[in-house]
Design a binder for this molecule. Structure first.
Ligand code: NAD
Length: 301
């Protein structure tokens, strides 16, 4: 039917998001390059498409949740992509992936030429937020009329839908947030490592910092030292949570954006280098708080 929602990219995040659309009574057509990714959702009422063209043909709203910028360019404007297909005028395209804001703007320009509307709507909240329909969406779209329709659909998968500005501004907000989160985590990890080496008890130090001016999200909610805050990846061998591979990708986007606007981001660039170094040391699939584990392992002279 023309009210059908297309969902492309059924990985760690997308599979939960598509499931929440189904739970809330939407008719959903799905597509992923890996057919295995579609099997579970088919059992729950989704219709599997054989190609992007089939999604373009049968859906009035299409959501993408893909790994990075090149995947989005491929799916929207590549050979056999959505905007190379017989897409209907007025189709609403919503990209929830974390990608370069410049890529979002390019895709939007191609969409406008085809009479479709594109918006960027990256998310915060992680896999748990996706599972519990508790995500925050940061939306970049060019007209307030579009935003109402976008908010209605995204609300089925999240708690907050924030209009950040024109196309690309959702991505801009997302990469700025993640750059600050990364810097805060590196700073927290090195601070706790120093305090512990000075002889402080980690819990005592956390108690002081979290009631003092050094307090931040990484020290209070997501402490990187095992045993400080229950339920964190630090208490679970740094498994689960937000992988260093993804954090390094997002910091790369921030560094690109900084270069494109001649903006000094000394600490953001340093955090990027540190997380790339951790990737090459075998930490890529660990949570980004594992920077503490890495620092603490460095020998003392
Ligand atoms: P993922 O790698 O688990 O899933 C991506 C899916 O896209 C895979 O199933 C893959 O097969 C599919 N795919 C790739 N190319 C495709 C193509 N050409 N056509 C169709 N399908 C294709 O990634 P994820 O963890 O779900 O993350 C998706 C996005 O959300 C990323 O941009 C990530 O940075 C962002 N994000 C992730 C988290 C998180 O905690 N995982 C949190 C916030 C934001």
């Amino acid at each position: 039917s023309s009210n059908r929602v297309g969902f492309i990219g059924l990985g760690n995040m997308g599979s939960h998001m598509a499931r929440n659309l189904l739970k809330k009574g939407q008719s959903v057509m799905i597509y992923d390059v890996y057919p295995e990714a579609m099997a579970a959702l088919e059992g729950q009422g989704a219709v599997a498409a054989r190609s992007l063209t089939e999604i373009a043909d049968s859906c009035s709203k299409i959501i993408t949740m893909l790994p990075s910028s090149p995947h989005c360019t491929q799916v929207y404007t590549g050979d056999g992509g959505l905007l190379k297909s017989d897409i209907k005028e007025g189709t609403l395209l919503i990209d929830c992936s974390t990608i370069d804001p410049a890529t979002s703007k390019e895709i939007s320009a191609s969409a406008v030429k085809r009479g479709a509307t594109f918006c960027d709507a990256p998310v915060s909240g992680g896999v748990m937020g996706a599972r519990d329909a508790a995500l925050t969406f940061m939306v970049g779209c060019d007209s307030p009329e579009d935003f109402d329709a976008i908010r209605t659909l995204l609300s089925l998968m999240g708690k907050n839908v924030v209009h950040c500005g024109s196309v690309g501004m959702g991505e801009a907000a997302k990469i700025c947030n993640n750059m600050l989160m990364a810097i805060g985590m590196v700073a927290t990890a090195e601070t706790f490592n120093l305090g512990i080496r000075l002889g402080l008890d980690a819990k005592v130090l956390a108690g002081v910092i979290n009631t003092s001016s050094g307090r931040c999200w990484s020290s209070e909610v997501y402490n990187p030292v095992p045993g400080i805050k229950e339920g964190t990846p630090a208490c679970n061998n740094y498994d689960g949570g937000f992988a260093i591979n993804l954090m390094a990708k997002d910091l790369g986007l921030a560094v690109n954006a900084a270069n494109a606007t001649s903006t000094p981001t000394a600490f953001g660039s340093l955090a990027h280098q540190l997380y790339k170094m951790l990737m090459s040391t075998g930490y890529g699939s660990k949570d980004f708080s594992a920077i503490y584990h890495y620092l603490q392992e460095r020998p003392q002279q």
